[in-house]
Design a binder for this molecule. Structure first.
Ligand code: FES
Length: 161
């Protein structure tokens, strides 16, 4: 049967999970409804706003647009897994310190896009950062402060500040 539940084994924020999911279940729904990780936002649900961005094996993906089963055997990191205990990730710290947060709805997706960028490219140019976050829609602030915050975080992670 097509709707028969399938086994999903994956790691989320460093923790292993084994779940039974519908074949067509979206990663976004499994994260939010099954695992209660609601920091990943539900926005447009059609891959247009970036609010649902998570990291899958280090890459930025839109959780509303991939099946949960596509994460089988892989490693997912959500906004809840970015900080180190009580210590914010440098991207989060820089966004807070630099005032790059307005209503906050898009922030988790922005952080996850920036995290994926810095994993792949620790010394991004401003243009690299702009390209990495341009798919994360922000209705409030524009992008300048976000881009500057990612530059600050990248320098800090390089030991430059
Ligand atoms: S909710 Fe996934 S891109 Fe908008």
């Amino acid at each position: 049967m097509n709707d028969e539940l399938k086994e999903l084994r994956f790691s989320v924020n460093g923790k292993p999970y084994e779940l039974k999911v519908k074949p067509k279940a979206l990663l976004l729904d499994v994260l939010r409804k099954e695992l209660k990780l609601t920091g990943t936002r539900t926005g447009c649900e059609v891959s247009a706003c970036g609010a649902c961005t998570v990291n899958l094996d280090g890459m930025a993906v839109r959780a509303c647009s991939i099946l949960a089963l596509q994460a089988n055997g892989r490693e997912v990191v959500t906004i809840e897994g970015v900080a180190d205990g009580d210590k914010l990730h440098p991207i989060q710290e820089a966004m807070v310190a630099h005032g790059a947060i307005e209503c906050g709805f898009c922030t988790s997706g922005m952080v996850m896009s920036a995290r994926a960028l810095l994993l792949e490219n620790p010394k991004p140019t401003r243009e690299d950062i702009r390209r990495a976050v341009q798919g994360n829609m922000c209705a409030d602030s524009g992008y300048v402060k976000y881009i500057e915050a990612v530059e600050i975080a990248a320098k800090k992670m390089q030991g430059g500040e």
